[in-house]
Design a protein around this ligand. Structure first.
Ligand SMILES: Cc1cc2nc3c(=O)[nH]c(=O)nc-3n(C[C@H](O)[C@H](O)[C@H](O)COP(=O)(O)O)c2cc1C
Ligand SMILES: O=C(O)C(=O)c1ccccc1
Length: 369
């Protein structure tokens, strides 16, 4: 079996150790920016506790020793049903940021979503690993001309799909950031806007970093996206109604996410929203999922509840801090091995055998002395 094969230093031994290693190496205010959520962090906590409310409905004497976990999304082949999320300000975590993530994705046979608010230009990330940097993310906000221009750049750089983050009409109410008076240097987020500097950045991200004016509509988005042949993914969907609206606007995939609890505090766990969205969308469109995924068993639970692909945000960032490209590769390798171990123990031969009958609700946790 592949499990337990890969060697590593103690700092990178397990996914939870990689997190601790990463947090111990970051300046406290940067660790808070990475770890924190919005408001009272109720949603941040709910994302994690939702996974512990589901247990496995184990079958024995079935399944396979080497379960098949390869899949594809929008024509992109994946060695496992995992993508890296578009986390911006990536240079805070490692100088190579998303370039290192793309290289790690390439060696793991998966792909990543490259952020608009990244430290490196989307062209530079594509160049670092063209076969892995295949989805580019944009914020549907700011001047329309800029959005159009970004669409052209994404097409020209060879990206195959676009991820539109629809849950950021403004930035979340991040109290750890306020408490630390953490001032994110524009240099970490303007990789795509190097010449225009801060002025242009504020114009585009004004609503993220300050607050402003127009919130785009599905109608407007749908018209703009009709100008490209690339399929697009609606990221940040938490209800059946919005899944339907995104589908009607032309989305080629639905991405269930509450932004890792960083936007609207008080929304339910993304895993709970996944159930509602899956019931609405069925097999019509592929479903991506993120928020709170910290280990392979979490990936398996999200797949069983209807996700086609599971996306890792902070988990990838922890790997990046703890070991750059090699750290992210270690995250991928641990996820790969754990997903296969869980499937074998669960008695399922591959990810295509996962469904609601793979899970059972667990009673509330009781601590025993
Ligand atoms: C430091 C950081 C920066 C992020 N930047 C972006 C971004 O620029 N665009 C975006 O769509 N999501 C962004 N996100 C959200 C992630 O893409 C993802 O939805 C979230 O991290 C998932 O939750 P998880 O971290 O619990 O896995 C960011 C998240 C973090 C932690
Ligand atoms: O912090 C975030 O969650 C986020 O979405 C973001 C957006 C732009 C730049 C940096 C982070």
């Amino acid at each position: 079996m592949v499990a337990f094969k890969s060697v590593s230093t103690p700092e990178l031994a397990t996914l939870s150790q990689i997190r601790l290693t990463a947090l111990s190496r970051l300046a406290p205010e940067v660790a808070d920016f990475l770890e924190g959520g919005a408001g009272d962090e109720i949603t941040l906590a709910a994302n994690r506790s939702a996974f512990s409310r589901w247990g496995f409905r184990q079958r024995v004497m079935s399944g396979r020793a080497t379960p098949d976990i390869s899949t594809s999304l929008l024509g992109i082949d994946l060695a496992m049903p995992v993508l890296t999320s578009p986390f911006g300000a990536d240079g805070l975590f490692h100088p190579d940021g998303q370039k290192a993530v793309a290289r790690a994705n390439l060696s793991a046979g998966i792909a990543g979503i490259v952020p608009e608010a990244g430290t490196h230009a989307l062209e530079a990330v594509a160049e670092a690993a063209p076969k892995a940097a295949r989805i580019a993310q944009l914020h549907p906000m700011g001047p329309e001309a800029n959005f159009r221009h970004m669409l052209r750049r994404i097409e020209q750089a060879g990206y195959e799909a676009i991820c539109l983050t629809v849950d950021c009409p403004t930035g979340g109410w991040r109290e750890r950031v306020l408490r630390n008076a953490f001032d994110l240097d524009a240099g970490f987020v303007n990789g795509n806007y190097p010449d225009s500097g801060e002025t242009k950045l504020i114009e585009v991200f004004g609503q993220l970093f300050e607050r402003c004016a127009t919130v785009w509509s599905w109608q407007r988005l749908s018209e703009l996206m009709a100008e490209t042949d690339l399929p697009w993914i609606a990221k940040g969907i938490m209800t059946a109604d919005d899944a339907r609206a995104a589908e009607a606007a032309g989305a080629g995939a639905i991405y269930v996410s509450n932004h890792g609890g960083r936007q609207l505090d008080g929304v339910p766990a993304a895993l709970d929203a996944l159930i509602e969205v899956k019931a609405e969308i069925g097999q019509r469109l592929p479903i991506l999922f993120d928020s709170g995924v910290r280990r392979g068993a979490d990936v398996v639970k999200a797949l069983a509840l209807g996700a086609d692909v599971v996306v890792i945000g902070r988990l990838a960032a922890y790997g990046l801090v703890a070991g750059g490209q090699a750290g992210v590769e270690r995250v991928h390798s641990l996820l790969y091995d754990e997903i296969r171990t869980v499937l074998t123990l669960l008695g399922r031969g591959g990810v295509d055998e996962l469904g609601p009958d793979s899970l059972l609700p667990l009673p509330a946790l009781v601590s025993v002395v």
